[in-house]
Design a protein around this ligand. Structure first.
Ligand SMILES: Cc1ncc(C[n+]2csc(CCOP(=O)(O)OP(=O)(O)O)c2C)c(N)n1
Ligand SMILES: [Mg+2]
Length: 329
């Protein structure tokens, strides 16, 4: 469901910040399109779950985080990594299984981690990131720093037991965690409204005694604003927030899914509400940026992603003798 009202003016953010949000979303979009292209050329081992269409969530949330804050991620995690500050070329190399990748090519698309930018890791086990984020929140509390953790998970994950366990514990101990549900309407082919009777995942926050807020997840400023409040609270030691971002994945669940279960009109409606297109229109309408600047950003991002793909394709695979290094075996 898309919020009808579109706010006319960008938040009270600097021009640089607005451009940064736009550029990051575009970077993720171009990155995902390139991954798809490389996948079609049979260069990506395993499968991929593209983040296309959901960029405003990762960018709006991570736009409030410092480098020393943390995130946890999911099987649909390339966008989270890039939004948190990971280098696209090393994310790309990881996806292609190359040794220049963040996990030396042994993690692949669904298991990227980069502790240097606070990316604690993606996990393909649905709902597994929630207790990890809660644990990271406990560690922050014990170390008495003012860091925070943002935990990304899907609507499907919100029906896992880990959702209840992690949020309840984080609430009781007032841990600095921002639980971010990316409600993209489906968990694989299962429509969310057929497996959940409450209207919003965010409504469940009341059961834990914490704030719950549902926002238009295709409006990067709405996400930014909700996350800003949650991050401020968490930094002050006032505990977690549950933010639900209503969004949509443009593609199927994974690359083998033609997504025939989705009504044509629904897909068209969401494509019209593309978060990047919407934000660009808003920036232009409000004269925050001029068309020429937008074109310059687009050219730069496109060149950067081409460069990332070249880097990944030209990198070597790990040697066979290294197969058992850096892994539990
Ligand atoms: C514990 C567990 N159960 C089932 C699966 C298979 N599976 C992979 S992704 C997925 C759907 C997840 O949906 P959601 O949480 O909404 O995330 P989305 O894919 O929509 O981003 C399922 C069921 C899994 N990986 N882990
Ligand atoms: Mg989903």
């Amino acid at each position: 469901m898309i919020a009808e009202e579109t706010r006319k003016l960008p938040l009270n953010l600097s021009k640089e910040k607005n451009i940064d949000l736009y550029r990051k979303m575009l970077e993720i979009r171009c990155f995902e399109e390139k991954v798809f292209e490389l996948y079609a050329q049979n260069l990506v081992p395993g499968t991929i779950h593209l983040y296309t269409g959901e960029e405003a969530v990762a960018v709006g949330v991570c736009g409030n985080l410092r480098k020393d804050d943390y995130i946890t991620s999911t099987h649909r995690g390339h966008g989270h990594c890039i939004a948190k500050g990971a280098q696209p070329k090393r994310v790309m190399a990881e996806i292609l299984g190359k040794k220049t990748g963040y996990c030396k090519g042994k993690g692949g698309s669904m298991h990227i981690a980069d502790f240097k930018v606070g990316m604690l890791g993606a996990t393909a086990v649905v709902g597994a990131g929630l207790p990890i984020a809660m644990g990271a929140g406990l560690s922050i509390k014990l170390r008495r720093t003012d860091n925070v953790v943002a935990c990304f998970f899907g609507d499907g994950a919100s029906n896992q037991g880990t959702f209840h366990e992690a949020i309840n514990m984080a609430a009781v101990w007032k841990l600095p965690v921002i639980f971010v549900c990316e409600n993209n309407v489906y968990a694989m082919g299962t429509r969310q409204s057929t497996v959940m009777l409450v209207k919003n995942v965010a409504d469940r926050a009341v059961a834990y005694g914490i704030p719950g807020v549902a926002v238009d997840g295709n409006d990067v400023l709405a996400v930014y604003e909700a996350a800003q409040k949650a991050v401020e609270m968490a930094r002050k030691g006032e505990g977690p927030t549950l933010i639900e971002c209503k969004t949509y994945r443009h593609k199927g669940h994974s690359r083998i899914d033609p997504a025939k279960y989705r009504p044509k009109e629904e897909v068209e409606d969401w494509l019209r509400n593309d978060p990047i297109k919407r934000f660009k229109e808003r920036l232009l309408e409000t004269n925050v940026v001029m068309e020429a600047e937008i074109q310059q950003i687009e050219r730069k991002v496109s060149a950067e992603i081409e460069e990332a793909a070249k880097f990944a394709m030209e990198s070597s695979y790990p040697a066979a003798e290294e197969a058992l290094q850096d892994v539990y075996a």
